[in-house]
Design a protein around this ligand. Sequence first.
Ligand code: FES
Length: 173
Amino acid sequence: SKKCNRLVDVGRRQFMRGGAFAVAGAAAATVTSAPAQASPANAQLDYPSNRLANVADLAVNEPMDIEYPDADSPGILLKLGQAVEGGAGPDGDIVAYSVLCPHKGWYLTYNAEDRSLNCPGHFSRFDAEVGGQQIWGHATQNLPQFTLRVDDKGDIYAEGCSDLIFGRPSNVL
Ligand code: FES
């Protein structure tokens, strides 16, 4: 048990040394964390509230072309027929996505059979039923999903975006 205590002592000393390093590390982290915390805030912006369509204009699984937040950002508005992540409207099934591939900006096409968005450039695929999650391919982010709000008249408004739209250095218009 003496041996045991010695080992415990060594362990305690090493722990103390490690602790000193940890404190130094924490101090360094404090110095550098201010700009790191500032950047997500810079990436936020107030997107405009743009009316895209009315619920009555949509048929299940027939995408409508839209532009949001401006004319340089094409997208689709889509009623999926069953409630999904980020889905708006009375049935929780209306979604909207950018159709600019996050990889290099090719135009995505919608495949109504498996409800995916597909890139003819390098074949990335994104799931319209799961928030634009990438299924396969070269892109390194999911597809930007537009945040929707539906008012009591059934008008559908886009009011935000989940990820960086291709070609934009930040989410600032
Ligand atoms: Fe879409 Fe490359 S531009 S995968």
